[in-house]
Design a protein around this ligand. Structure first.
Ligand SMILES: CCCCCCCC(=O)SCCNC(=O)CCNC(=O)[C@H](O)C(C)(C)COP(=O)(O)OP(=O)(O)OC[C@H]1O[C@@H](n2cnc3c(N)ncnc32)[C@H](O)[C@@H]1OP(=O)(O)O
Length: 224
């Protein structure tokens, strides 16, 4: 599955190219399709200005009046919260991480709540991926500074029962220049069941493109 490419219609709303046909949408949620690239090629313009991104202005929408809705505006950005801390207590992601500096390891004890259900009685794969990304990401951040996930490969081996407690064991395997390779597995607390394995690549941000990520991270802190 791939996220479709957005482009802008003359009425100011973005449209999504799905199966080669434009579908007008009124909000900024990505639409999912199985087709990539769209049949009419990449003629449209992205909602987030690629050039602005390259210049380090992440989150900058094109100004209204240039045929672009102001989809990512300051008000919405100010409501930003860390995804894993945006659920009510007990319903979403409940976790604590332990970092071993000498071994460059993080063990995350994770208990997902009932709002993370996928198949009835089990965690949603995206919720597991989120928690894996958060854990290996934190391992990369404490080891290498400001990084972003460039690649995440996940093998789901066994479904994880909803509301169960699991251990996410992550390990920094290698640093190559700006690249950090981190692997992890998800196991039952008694370590008898291997639920999931993953490998990841994080890339330290190019200092010239560091935009406002530090500010974004600070804003994402859970409310005191
Ligand atoms: C606080 C809690 C922590 C939670 C952590 C959560 C982290 C996240 O989820 S981040 C959100 C998801 N990730 C993103 O949105 C990232 C989107 N991607 C990007 O912004 C960019 O592609 C980014 C920053 C990863 C790399 O871009 P850029 O800095 O230009 O790197 P670039 O110069 O192209 O590549 C650097 C090196 O990485 C390699 N590389 C980059 N991307 C990939 C990839 N996907 N696969 C393999 N190699 C890659 C390049 O080949 C290059 O290697 P080498 O140095 O050997 O030639």
């Amino acid at each position: 599955m791939q996220i479709d490419y957005y482009s802008n219609t003359q009425d100011g709303h973005p449209h999504v190219v799905k199966d080669g046909h434009p579908h007008v949408v009124k909000d900024c949620r990505p639409h999912v399709s199985t087709r990539w690239p769209p049949r009419d090629g990449l003629q449209g313009k992205a909602v987030v200005d690629e050039q602005a991104y390259r210049e380090g202005k992440l989150g900058t929408a094109r100004p209204a009046g240039e045929g672009t809705s102001e989809l990512i505006n300051k008000e919405k950005l100010s409501q930003g919260r860390l995804f894993t801390r945006s659920f009510e207590d007990g319903l979403g992601f409940e976790y604590v991480m332990f970092y071993n500096d000498a071994e460059k390891r993080i063990v995350c004890v994770f208990q997902g709540g009932p709002h993370l259900q996928g198949m009835p009685g089990f965690f949603h794969g995206g919720a597991i991926a989120t928690m894996i990304d958060a854990t290996v990401g934190m391992n990369a951040i404490v080891s290498g500074g400001i990084v972003m996930t460039a690649n995440l490969n996940i093998n789901f081996k066994r479904p994880i029962p909803l509301c169960s407690i699991v251990l996410i064991n992550s390990q920094l395997d290698k640093i190559e220049g700006r690249k950090l390779l981190v692997s992890c597995n998800v196991q039952s607390v008694d370590e008898k069941i291997l639920y999931t394995e993953a490998t990841s690549l994080f890339v330290k941000l190019n200092p010239e493109k560091e935009f406002d990520i530090k500010e974004l991270v600070l804003k994402s802190a859970p409310p005191a």
